[in-house]
Design a protein around this ligand. Structure first.
Ligand code: FAD
Length: 585
């Protein structure tokens, strides 16, 4: 089921691009060869479900004004006559995503009787990068990471506005939580390694903390643009089997609509299902909100993160399930949102061409930045360019230069296609060539035998573009980027045909702000007091990020699903966070 914008060409799908000639690529094709290819997304959501963002990339001032947000009107309690069934468990988990499955299994392990409900017909899975510090994979591969330095960098990225105790708890517990996850799925044939393609340059640094799972028989060749047998689709498939085998009741197609709380007492139940035929899921101990983020709720984005509206596209699997239901239900019975605003948004160059570290130009044919930065920064600053347009420019030697840089450890990161490059495996240039060919086929990359012809295909002013390329080549020859300060070893000339221009497309993946919580994952109220018996985990939880989504540990969204999913499950079942081993500190 495609969105109504599926058949629009990418440049016309957003007013951002108005006035620029189209490349004739449908958004569907665009996404087919990109998001799935880059992220190895398969199953549990189809490509056609990808959604586009037709709105302007400039956020109108009035959109940020308080307008009486819909969730501020507390709904009337659902009448008892409309509740036809009651199902009782110790712990009720709302949401069958990574955080929900981890929480449910952890609660079950503590002896709780657990039920999971989800509004979709299947679990939620996407991507595959999962951050954890000092897991058994690190020990096996002999890799050390100074988690203290990494967390200090993370806090600096957030301008210090995160709840630090959550980050340090993640630092201490994520390794043990990852080890637990590995112990669940390894006996069922899944393998795990670290992502070797992380950025190793000196300026913007990523860290070797990104785990991913894959099937023994996986092919890492990205044929047809998809790396099959890798990432969270295979992880979640396996976790679902375990959930079922351990006797956890899993009710799909069951939408939670209202939490039940008597005054300032504990939360006792969640009402779910359809109007007139609801089921009360009563919790003897607790309810865990694991409903994901709110990236598909425009009103919430206007309220909490207006900059997240300035993107070219948006994807999620299953499509649009991330509407902030859990946040809203919690706020309506007294829970509070995190204090820090704006909320971060994970925006990557997911749906366009690979950006690499080459010359980037805007719609005026002008260079606009030091290109040696992460995909998040490129994505969010691209929106500040005229018409929100950006291209990455290179010549015949481009991919060889990328390989040299990645293999030499001076570049890398979330800027190219090999999201499942195993630690120790070299950059696979044949795979990258294959991806480039696909991008050319669908029009994400245009090629030409002269710089002038390339400019015409990009629909940028020819004279300006030629001058920009000449200027850049001069900086390269001088080994000194006096314009934007890029490191000399990343300066590569654009001289030999064919020339390439890759169109960069920013994509909103998920929102990174959520409910106010403490280190036990308890939902807090406006006075920072726990709402009794209510927990939030995964992307529904807040205070972990501030302002922006940091990419220095690729996979932090999933990383917190695992660590805080485990903490929420254990504590909600009556256990203590101390049951999870900490790093030696
Ligand atoms: C294409 C793509 C790739 C990504 N890749 C990565 C990556 O590699 N690494 C990373 O860290 N992050 C990645 N992310 C972000 C990451 O997937 C999410 O932030 C994270 O997985 C959220 O997990 P969750 O368990 O909190 O929620 P979800 O996975 O969204 O699960 C929430 C579940 O709750 C259900 N639900 C919602 N409302 C209700 C309701 N009212 N009643 C019942 N059920 C409800 C939903 O149907 C859903 O199944 C990616 C995002 C995208 C879009």
């Amino acid at each position: 089921m495609g969105s109504k914008n599926d058949d629009k060409s990418v440049p016309t799908a957003s007013p951002v691009t108005t006035g620029v000639s189209t490349t004739g690529i449908s958004r569907k094709d665009f996404l087919k060869g990109s998001a799935l290819a880059m992220l190895g997304v398969a199953s549990a959501g189809t490509l056609a479900e990808a959604q586009s963002r037709p709105e302007s990339n400039t956020v109108p001032v009035e959109s940020c004004r308080h307008e009486g947000w819909s969730w501020e009107t507390k709904p009337a309690p659902i009448p008892a006559a409309e509740i036809k069934n009651t199902i009782t468990a110790d712990v009720v988990v709302i949401g069958a995503g990574l955080s929900g499955f981890v929480a449910a299994l952890s609660a079950k392990e503590r002896g709780a009787d657990v039920v999971i409900i989800d509004k979709n017909a299947t679990y939620a899975a996407r991507g595959g990068h999962i951050t954890a510090f000092n897991s058994k994979v690190h020990a096996r591969l002999g890799i050390k990471n100074d988690y203290r330095q990494t967390l200090r960098d993370w806090i600096a990225w957030a301008q210090g506005k995160v709840k630090e105790e959550l980050l340090w708890e993640f630092g201490h517990k994520s390794g043990a939580c990852m080890d637990w996850l590995i112990d669940q799925v390894e006996p069922r044939g899944l393998k795990v390694t670290l992502w070797g393609g992380y950025y190793k340059g000196p300026d913007y640094t990523e860290n070797p903390v990104t785990h991913f799972f894959y099937k023994e028989a996986s092919e890492f060749d990205y044929k047809n643009g998809i790396a099959t047998g890798t990432g969270n689709p295979v992880l979640m498939e396996t976790l679902e089997q375990i959930v079922k085998e351990r006797g956890i009741r899993l009710d799909y197609k069951t939408k939670a609509v209202q939490l039940v709380r008597d005054g300032s007492g504990p939360v006792t139940a969640v009402i779910a299902g359809r109007k007139g035929n609801y089921t009360r899921y009563a919790a003897r101990k607790s309810i865990i909100i694991a409903t994901g983020c709110y990236a598909s709720n425009d009103e919430m984005k206007r309220r909490y993160s207006p900059y997240s509206l300035a993107v070219d596209s948006q994807i999620y699997f299953p499509n649009k399930c991330n509407t902030g239901d859990g946040h809203i239900m919690a706020m309506q019975i007294g829970g509070a949102m995190q204090r820090q605003e704006p909320h971060g948004a994970a925006v990557h160059l997911e749906s366009g061409a690979a950006s690499y570290g080459f010359l980037h130009v805007n719609a005026l044919g002008q260079r606009w930045k030091n290109e040696d930065v992460n995909t998040q920064s490129k994505s969010v600053t691209k929106a500040l360019q005229p018409k929100g347009i950006a291209w990455s420019i290179y010549d015949r030697h481009g991919l060889d230069q990328v390989k040299q840089q990645v293999d030499a450890g001076i570049a890398g990161g979330l800027f190219y296609g090999q999201m499942f490059q195993r630690m120790g495996a070299p950059f696979d240039i044949e795979m990258e060539r294959h991806l480039l060919e696909q991008d050319i086929k669908v029009g994400k990359v245009v090629t030409a035998d002269s710089i002038e012809e390339l400019a015409r295909k990009m629909d940028v002013p020819v004279d300006k573009f030629v001058a920009t390329v000449n200027r850049y080549n001069k900086l390269v020859a001088n080994k000194n980027d006096v314009d934007f300060g890029k490191r000399a070893e990343l300066l590569t000339a654009i001289v030999d045909a064919p020339f390439y221009a890759g169109r960069l497309i920013s994509t909103l993946l998920s929102m990174a702000g959520g409910l106010r919580t403490n280190v036990n994952c308890e939902v807090l109220d406006a006075e920072d007091q726990p709402v009794p018996h209510l927990y939030a985990t995964g992307a529904a939880g807040g205070d972990f990020f501030a302002n922006d989504y940091p990419t220095l540990c690729p996979g932090t969204n999933h990383g917190r699903c695992v660590t805080f999913g485990r903490i929420a499950g254990i504590v909600a079942a009556g256990g203590s966070v101390d049951l999870i081993p900490s790093l030696d500190i």
